[in-house]
Ligand binder design. Structure first.
Ligand code: H2B
Length: 94
């Protein structure tokens, strides 16, 4: 099972993940897309990556603003799996 990161680990990781911040037991990033459909396309690409990784974000869609919330439910907090998925999401944002 994935290990929970310490508070210090999370701070260190976030300093290298611009746009991401901590929200309790999760990390979040909100992206503003060029249009509603561009946001949906991004969500679709993230969904494919999440399925491949077998690790799934909570996703909030508000017109062009898409918020990704990453937490490892089985561990009850933030793990390397969330950090890896955050980097993948960043790579999918054009
Ligand atoms: C069996 C399967 O690996 C688990 O249910 C996965 C699926 N996706 C998941 N996604 C997230 N965010 N946390 C989990 O603990 C999790 N568990």
């Amino acid at each position: 099972m994935a290990e929970l990161l310490t508070d210090d680990d999370v701070r260190r990781v976030l300093s290298d993940l611009p746009g991401w911040s901590r929200d309790g037991d999760a990390i979040t990033r909100t992206v503003t897309c060029a249009s509603f459909l561009a946001g949906i396309d991004l969500v679709r690409r993230v969904a494919d990556a999440a399925e491949s990784a077998d690790h799934h974000p909570d996703i909030d869609i508000r017109w062009t603003a898409i918020t990704f919330r990453l937490s490892t439910h089985s561990a009850g907090g933030i793990t390397d799996k969330d950090v890896t998925l955050a980097r993948t999401i960043d790579s999918l944002i054009s």
